[in-house]
Design a protein around this ligand. Structure first.
Ligand code: G3I
Length: 362
């Protein structure tokens, strides 16, 4: 039965309208975008200052220390597992959550390893950064062997992203939704997704992931975007476009695969990280390693590089995570002989570990 609208209801209605106006004003003033970009990634003049983006901050805590893990090694008690649990609070599956593992056949999804890793992580209180939903590499052969219409591939990718992200809703804290979308000149890399779906695949993938788990933080992740380069400019333009399109993006992962000779200066790295952070995004170090080979001099030079990057992350409130791509030289995509990681193959700390530990804790 309808009750007549009394004076209380009238006052309530006025409050609701004023509240809605206030919320709308906050949303408009908070802004989200400032730079338009052409499809070639050329930034065009902004009609808003970047100050409209609310800065992201991890607060008073140091960045979370993470590492990529080989699930085949982590699942077994031993040096590898013990070393990880002694020092790390975040993990990125090196391969267990990639499409070639999860979708080995056109009519089958295989979550065995990913489920076991998610259970193990929850049991040990380890945060999981999912890697990676959409990439131009490590695609299952059945996917690349056939031709695709735009609608069919879009339907497949939407279903895949929503199924995987939805399965780990509340258990995977963040995702590399799109990995390595850029070529070295800063344009979008010509992978299967761009060829068939067009440049919108990046924002579509972010939207699908957000719909499947609104609580997960969503990243775009790439390499060679740490210093001054056309690729860094291209990444800034892409992130600005995504913000302009109001795509649900929370952060950018700087893979930071460096060498002793090719590293950005500390000032270039800090300036680049601040530039991404000014878009209101988290700016994480997502896959760092530094091949150094043998010798004390090489290890000392390696430690200096790690210290510089970990220090830049610690100094930037928007840098919430410092992750190395592996943690012991016993398991690295570069080969053990490159000795790129903070612990030796037998689990002993190297100068690089001490450099990371002291830099992250300020
Ligand atoms: O699983 C198969 C196994 O069944 C087979 O017997 C074996 C030998 O052929 O290959 C195994 O697959 C390998 C897979 O790692 C799992 O070990 C692939 O050949 C190998 O190519 C793959 O390499 C991974 C690489 O990405 C692929 O591009 C590395 O482990 C992984 O560390 C590396 O990680 C990437 C990040 O995802 C993105 N950023 C760059 C980073 C380094 O390339």
């Amino acid at each position: 039965m309808q009750t007549p609208a009394g004076p209380w209801a009238l006052r309530a209605g006025i409050v609701l309208v004023l509240g809605a106006v206030a919320v709308a004003a906050v949303v408009l003033l908070s802004g989200r975008h400032d730079e338009g970009v052409s499809s070639q990634g050329n930034a065009v003049s902004a009609n808003r200052s970047e100050a409209h983006f609310r800065p992201v901050s991890r607060g008073p805590r140091p960045p979370v220390l993470g590492a990529a893990v080989d699930w085949e090694l982590l699942r077994m008690p031993g040096t590898y597992q013990r070393l990880f649990l002694d020092h790390y609070r975040s993990l990125t599956p090196e391969n267990a959550m990639k499409m070639d593992t999860i979708a080995p056949a056109a009519d089958r999804l295989s979550f065995g390893d990913a489920d076991a890793l998610a259970r193990w992580s929850r049991r040990h209180g380890i945060a999981v950064h999912g890697h990676t939903l959409v990439w131009g590499k490590q695609l299952p052969p059945w996917l690349t062997a056939r031709s695709w219409t735009r609608d069919d591939l879009s339907s497949f990718l939407e279903g895949y992203v929503k199924t995987v992200v939805g399965r780990y809703r509340g258990r995977v804290d963040s995702w590399d939704v799109v990995n390595e979308p850029l070529a070295e000149d800063g344009s979008l890399r010509h992978n299967l997704w761009l060829r068939v779906l067009g440049p919108g695949y990046v924002s579509d993938a972010l939207r699908w992931a957000h719909e499947a788990d609104p609580g997960a933080r969503l990243y775009v992740n790439d390499f060679n975007i740490e210093g001054r380069s056309p690729k860094t400019d291209g990444m800034h333009a892409l992130l600005s476009r995504l913000r302009r399109e109001r795509a649900p993006i929370d952060g950018v992962g700087l893979q930071t695969h460096l060498t002793l000779s090719s590293t950005p200066t500390g000032a270039q790295l800090r300036s680049t990280m601040r530039r991404y952070a000014s878009l209101g995004l988290a700016v994480d170090i997502s896959e760092m390693d530094v091949p150094a080979g043998r010798g004390r001099r090489a290890e000392a030079a390696q430690a200096r590089v790690y210290r510089q990057v970990a220090g830049a992350c610690q100094a930037l409130p928007a840098c919430g995570r410092f992750t190395t791509w592996g943690f012991t030289d016993a398991s690295t995509w570069l080969g053990t002989g490159e000795r790129p990681l903070p612990f030796t193959a037998t689990g002993a700390p190297k100068p690089a570990w001490r450099a990371i530990e002291s830099a992250l804790n300020g």
